[in-house]
Design a protein around this ligand. Structure first.
Ligand code: ZN
Length: 274
């Protein structure tokens, strides 16, 4: 169920439009640069950057997708670890295909879901090897604040690998769970203690200051939706199982709506060669 309060809805719309207005758009040259998209879990690549991947592939840019974890922790008591791992690997390959990325350009590193921080050294080595081999100029990584712990770990892993390889790159940080902070979603949709609300608002306001790069995705929204639909384990309740949570359940659909606006927004960080 969506937030039916028209005042809150109008405020959210104004906030989003202000964010988009202040941000600088990718130019044609930036769109053509080779990129590597780092997803902590299968589906993050589509949620965070699906529209950008589509736009880049349209102009022939090389895009590779690297999934750090196997995603087997999403519904642990409903499917076995091996079943979930196989399902999510199949889904991310299917989504990548819809986004225009071939199977040979999808790398599934298979680290354990929710335990990426226990594998930092091995993950940095794998990522450094991929950076060295493919020489992407743009890296899309999760934002490190207000995010799931695997997302924070992915940010650290990629930054460490970049430092190790020493090649110049531009990082584009994308948000997934951090979109749940005010002002990106309404303040009143769920009860929160005042302190937690204030902390949340600090994350949200920081994001609003830092996310100053945008890619127009309005004309590829249908394909982005089609790609996300390939992540069926995250989008559909399996066997009408009430305990099977979907992304649509999060904040009554407000969360999912954040990814289907006219623009994808990023925090840009240029890293010089070392
Ligand atoms: Zn994730």
């Amino acid at each position: 169920m969506r937030d039916g309060n028209p005042v809150r809805r109008a405020l959210r719309r104004m906030q989003r439009m202000a964010l988009e207005r202040r941000a600088r758009a990718f130019d044609a040259d930036a769109l053509r640069r080779p990129a590597m998209v780092f997803a902590p879990h299968p589906d993050d690549e589509t949620l965070g950057c699906g529209g950008t991947i589509l736009q880049k592939r349209r102009v022939g840019a090389a895009v590779r997708i690297v999934c750090l974890t196997d995603g087997a922790g999403s519904h642990p008591d409903l499917l076995t670890h091996d079943e979930l791992k196989a399902v999510r690997a199949r889904e991310v390959r299917g989504a990548a295909k819809v986004l225009g990325v071939e199977e040979r350009d999808v790398f599934l590193l298979g680290f354990p879901d929710r335990e990426l921080d226990a594998c930092l050294e091995a993950a940095v080595a794998r990522v450094a090897e991929l950076l060295w081999r493919h020489r992407p100029e743009q890296l899309f990584v999760p934002y490190a604040r207000g995010e799931h712990r695997d997302h924070v770990s992915t940010n650290h892993i990629v930054r460490e690998a970049v430092a190790r390889v020493g090649l110049p790159v531009t990082l584009f940080e994308y948000a997934v769970w951090a979109w749940r902070h005010w002002p990106m979603v309404g303040f009143g949709w769920t009860w929160r203690p005042a302190l937690a609300g204030a902390v949340s608002a600090r994350v949200g306001l920081r994001m609003a200051r830092q996310f100053r790069t945008k890619v127009l995705i309005r004309d590829v929204l249908a394909q982005k939706r089609a790609a996300l639909a390939r992540h069926a384990s995250q989008m559909e309740r399996r066997d009408a199982q009430p305990r099977w949570h979907t992304l649509e359940d999060v904040d009554g659909g407000q969360f999912l709506a954040c990814f289907f606006e006219d623009y994808e927004l990023y925090r840009r960080i240029d890293i010089a060669a070392s």
